[in-house]
Design a binder for this molecule. Sequence first.
Ligand code: ATP
Length: 267
Amino acid sequence: MSEPAPRAVIELLDVHKSFGPQQVLRGVDLVVREGTTCVLMGVSGSGKSVLMKHVDGLLSPDRGTVRVDGENLADLDTQGMARVRRKLGILFQGGALFDSLNVEDNVAFPLRELTRLPEREVRARVDRVLALVGLEDAATQLPAELSGGMLKRAAFARAIVMEPRILLYDDPTAGLDPLKTQSVAEVILTGKHQLHATSLVISPDVATAFQVGDSLALLHEGRIVEHTTPEAFRDSRHPAVRAFLHDWLARRSRHAGPSSADAPIPG
Ligand SMILES: Nc1ncnc2c1ncn2[C@@H]1O[C@H](COP(=O)(O)OP(=O)(O)OP(=O)(O)O)[C@@H](O)[C@H]1O
């Protein structure tokens, strides 16, 4: 007998969202199960960030249901929402560290603001996560002194210092060169293997998606038109998936030269 599927941690059911006349989400169904990493893809402007903002409650749906860790966000008051938010580690584009604080004070910030942990424990936790992301030697540096890849890792350290069970990454590789993109992929894999977190990752980069995703989803014209394993995604016959993968390969080959045009999609 096959094992039962892990429980749903992030659930969007028939979610609709419009801004004025613009219907961005038109009935999104998406379930991310415990301990898995789902990568959400879609062309620019398809609504990926809007979808993610429904998971952390920054936006609420016009219609439909959003559940996080079993709780319907529509039923929560401010305190309930704060309780759910504490389960989330969020990494947005840009990372957004405080410029005037060094790395360790940036990472310690949520612990000092949101908990009453003694300073000794704060330092111990900060040291632990900095080691996890390989930044133990950069603890006293200011954000301006860090490379792009180090900034991402510092932002990740801050996002995980509260030991969230759910991680949301909004395009963490945006604007990074391939080497740094690789270091972000490693960060996402750290979240999965070391923290056993449930993750939703927005990544327009298909190579990263195949590297980190247990499942891949495509948002197209306001709906999730495919959500499946990387292998099945690569072989999908859905026209929107074919077009999306085709466009990505074409862009990549233009960028890297003709030899990569026939390269298979990783996975
Ligand atoms: N608060 C808002 N008010 C009005 N329109 C919005 C708002 N947030 C997003 N939109 C619109 O919703 C659409 C989807 O935006 P979204 O940022 O989710 O796209 P995306 O798929 O994440 O794009 P990208 O890959 O370029 O980041 C866009 O047309 C955007 O202008």
